[in-house]
Design a protein around this ligand. Structure first.
Ligand code: UDP
Ligand code: MG
Length: 315
């Protein structure tokens, strides 16, 4: 069961300031995998943690070098880049992703594997009794709704990171070389035979969520802009309707002036219309900027992340 040989299962876990969770995670995760009786590896990516996470991971590597690999980033590049770095290095045939904060119970992994054994190449967890803030849950629902209307991706719970993929799907994700990507949605696009299963969800074991409201907004913009240009198209249609409307308004005002003569009374209405149109323009420019910014990131091809070192047994 050494990582040097090709293991059957690769478990991928991003870690950012999780010192309060790692000991419990190790204590629960390794027994679950040991009990499977199948070869496995666990790849932790330390995403530039500022706490003791790095030391804890190194100690765990020392304790179980046969099945543990640790990728150390030099700085914080975000959860999805951390997962990506691990996906680029997995050796297993089935890949499971999991959060380090124990919101996704490791005990659910065998249930995911039952589905991959049955031939599904992308198994999504759907969190039951989700243990997050009310506001966060409502926002998730909104994004799920927008996504289902603007893309062809059908997922009940895109935010759940407890998932399993076949090697082919993971290879596809890696080949896409995406810069800011939402891995579950990308995987769904690449899958031939996706399925979903309910998984339990727990409260964060220790610490607080690493996502601020701002980061969540950025993340969801990534999701929508990566998979569809629908916002741009909707905006264009809306802007066209607005210009038709304003053109008609100009004709009405012009005719009125010719027939009834000039009037001052309507000046505020005009201001109102003007402000409205300006705001529409601003939204449009912002939207275009969103796509441009992302295009720019891809075009300049800067390294998406930097690895400072890797702890692993030589293969
Ligand atoms: N994470 C990461 N880099 C980051 C933020 C988070 O690797 O910049 C990891 C974190 O350690 C955890 C997972 O991503 O394993 C999910 O993060 P978190 O629990 O903060 O997000 P939430 O559950 O609130 O969505
Ligand atoms: Mg969490």
């Amino acid at each position: 069961m050494s990582t040097a040989a090709k293991p059957e299962i690769s478990v991928v876990i991003p870690v950012y300031n999780e010192q309060g969770n790692l000991p419990t995670l190790f204590a629960r995760l390794y027994p679950v995998l040991d009990k499977l009786g199948r070869s496995y590896e666990i790849i932790f990516t330390n995403d530039g943690s500022a706490d003791q996470s790095s030391d804890l991971l190194a100690a765990q590597y020392a304790a179980r070098p046969d099945v543990t690999r640790v990728i150390e980033f030099n700085a914080n590049y975000g959860q999805h880049m951390a997962v990506m770095a691990a996906l680029e290095r997995v050796r297993g045939e089935v890949i499971v992703t999991l959060d380090a904060d124990l919101q996704n119970p490791p005990e659910e992994i065998p249930n995911l594997l039952k589905q991959t054994d049955a031939g599904y190449d992308c198994v999504g967890g759907v969190r039951q009794n989700r243990q997050d803030h009310f506001l966060r849950r409502r926002c998730s629902q909104l994004v799920n709704f927008v996504r289902s209307k603007t893309t062809s991706i059908e997922m009940s719970d895109q935010g759940c990171m407890l998932r399993a993929y076949s090697r082919a799907v993971v290879d596809g994700i890696v080949r896409s070389g995406a810069v800011n990507t939402f891995i579950p949605a990308l995987a769904y696009n690449l899958a031939r035979n996706p399925t979903e299963i309910p998984v339990s969800h727990e409260e964060r074991h220790a610490g607080v969520s690493n996502y601020s409201a701002y980061q969540l907004v950025r993340l969801n913009f990534d999701l929508i802009t990566y998979f569809t240009t629908a916002p741009l198209q909707l905006f264009t249609i809306f802007a066209m309707l607005c210009s038709v409307g304003s053109f008609l308004l100009v004709i009405v005002l012009g005719t009125r002036r010719l027939i009834l003569g000039p009037e001052e009374g309507g000046i505020f209405t005009l201001f109102g219309v003007l402000f409205f149109l300006i705001s529409v323009c601003m939204v449009g420019i912002g939207l275009i900027g969103e796509y441009m910014g992302r295009t720019y990131q891809v075009v300049r091809a800067r390294a998406r992340y930097n690895v400072s070192h890797i702890l692993e047994a030589q293969s």
